[in-house]
Design a protein around this ligand. Structure first.
Ligand SMILES: [Zn+2]
Length: 336
C-alpha cells in the first residue's frame, strides 16, 4: 500500500557549504518540501549579507527540486531590534549554541544571564522570531542535556512570549519539560528514536553513530518514541542530519554527526509501522506540527513511499549514511 506524505519538513538540517553542500542539498530537496537550515558554518551566519549569500548557494545547489530553505541566523546577544526587524522576512528562527559545544559553535553563548539576554530576547518575542537552542552544558557527556533543562526553564519563564525550540532532544527530562511550559517546543531526530549509547559504544565503536547530543539510555529513547509516535503537539521532526566525509568519521578524533537526510522518511515510515502508529500520525510528525508551530505554508509536494525493498547505499558522494547497507521495507516511489 503506497503511503503519501504531504509536504514533509525537516526542522533541523545541516547542509554545510562548498562541495558538501552540492553533494547533500539535492538529497534533502528530493524528499522534503523544506528544511530549517542551521547556521554553524565557518564563520557562522551572523549578517544579512552572509545569510542571503548562503541561501542563494543553497537554492543553486538544489536545482529544480521544490524545496524551501528556511534560514536561521547564528544567535548573538548583541543583535539589535532594528537589525532583526530588517531581517525578519529572511529568517525563520535564530539558533543558539552554547560556546564550543558542537561543530563550529565556538562563537556561541557562554553565560545565560537574563539581563544580558533581555534586549535581544524581548526583540525576538515582539517580532515573533522563534529561538532554537542546542541545549547542553559543558558537564559530563551523559548529563549535559538534563543539566541544561533549568536553563530552558529560566528562559521560558522570563520570556513567556518567546517560542523556544529545544533542538534534537535526547532525554526523558526534556520530554517532560515540554508539558511544564507553554512556550517550549522540541525537535526529535530519527536516530535518537532508534539508537542508544549501547549501539554507539556497547560493542565495537561505531563512528557513524557518534553525534552530539550523544544517544542516551533505553528509557530516554522510550520517552522520545512515545512523544514522536503519539505525536505530542509540541514536537516536530528535525533530522539533525550532519554530513562529514568518511575520513573525518573513521579516524581518531571522529567528528560528531549522523547523516540521515536521504533515508529519513523511509526509516520513519518503517519505524511508525513497526510500532503500530498509523501513517496519519507520521504526517503530523513530519509536517503538520511544524507548520502550526512555525506558521509555515510550505510548497505543495507529495512524497509517495511504496513497500518495495530499498537497500541503503554504502555512501552518498563519500558520506556514509545512517544504517548503510541495510535493507528497508519502504522506498521513495514518486515525488510530485
Ligand atoms: Zn544540529
Amino acid at each position: 500500500m503506497p503511503l503519501s506524505l504531504h509536504s514533509p519538513l525537516d526542522m533541523h538540517l545541516h547542509l554545510r557549504d562548498g562541495e558538501m553542500l552540492q553533494n547533500v542539498a539535492p538529497l534533502s530537496a528530493r524528499s522534503f518540501a523544506g528544511a530549517l537550515i542551521m547556521p554553524n558554518l565557518i564563520p557562522p551566519v551572523t549578517s544579512r549579507e552572509d545569510l542571503i549569500a548562503y541561501k542563494s548557494r543553497i537554492v543553486e545547489a538544489i536545482g529544480d527540486e521544490k524545496f524551501t530553505p528556511y534560514m536561521t541566523l547564528f544567535f548573538k546577544a548583541d543583535y539589535s531590534r532594528a537589525f532583526l526587524e530588517d531581517l525578519r522576512d529572511e529568517i525563520t528562527a535564530l539558533k543558539l549554541y552554547p560556546a564550543g559545544i558542537t561543530t563550529n559553535s565556538e562563537g556561541g553563548v557562554s553565560g545565560f544571564e537574563i539581563d544580558a539576554l533581555r534586549p535581544v530576547l524581548e526583540a525576538m518575542s515582539a517580532l515573533e522570531i522563534p529561538l532554537c537552542i542546542h541545549g547542553e552544558t559543558g558537564g559530563f557527556v551523559m548529563d549535559r542535556e538534563a543539566e541544561f533543562v533549568p536553563v530552558y526553564e529560566k528562559l521560558a519563564t522570563h520570556f513567556p512570549d518567546l517560542k523556544i525550540i529545544m533542538e534534537h532532544i535526547t532525554t526523558r527530562e526534556s520530554v517532560e519539560a515540554l508539558d511544564r511550559f507553554e512556550n517550549l517546543y522540541a525537535t526529535i531526530t530519527l536516530h535518537h528514536l532508534i539508537i542508544t549509547l549501547d549501539d554507539v559504544a556497547g560493542g565495537m565503536l561505531q563512528p557513524h553513530l557518534f553525534c552530539k547530543p550523544i544517544a542516551k539510555r533505553p528509557e530516554d529513547r522510550e520517552a522520545l518514541l512515545k512523544a514522536a509516535l503519539g505525536v505530542h503537539p509540541k514536537v516536530m521532526f528535525g533530522s539533525d542530519s550532519a554530513p562529514h566525509p568518511r575520513e573525518a568519521k573513521e579516524s581518531p578524533g571522529c567528528a560528531a554527526g549522523i547523516f540521515t537526510a536521504p533515508v529519513a522518511l523511509q526509516l520513519l515510515a518503517e519505524l511508525f509501522e513497526a510500532n503500530g502508529a498509523d501513517l496519519e500520525k507520521l504526517q503530523r510528525f513530519v509536517s503538520d506540527n511544524a507548520r502550526r508551530i512555525y506558521r509555515l505554508e510550505p510548497l505543495s509536494k507529495e512524497v509517495i513511499l511504496s513497500k518495495e525493498p530499498f537497500s541503503i547505499p554504502q555512501s552518498y558522494g563519500g558520506v556514509v549514511p545512517f544504517q548503510s547497507g541495510r535493507d528497508l521495507a519502504y522506498t521513495i516511489h514518486t515525488v510530485i
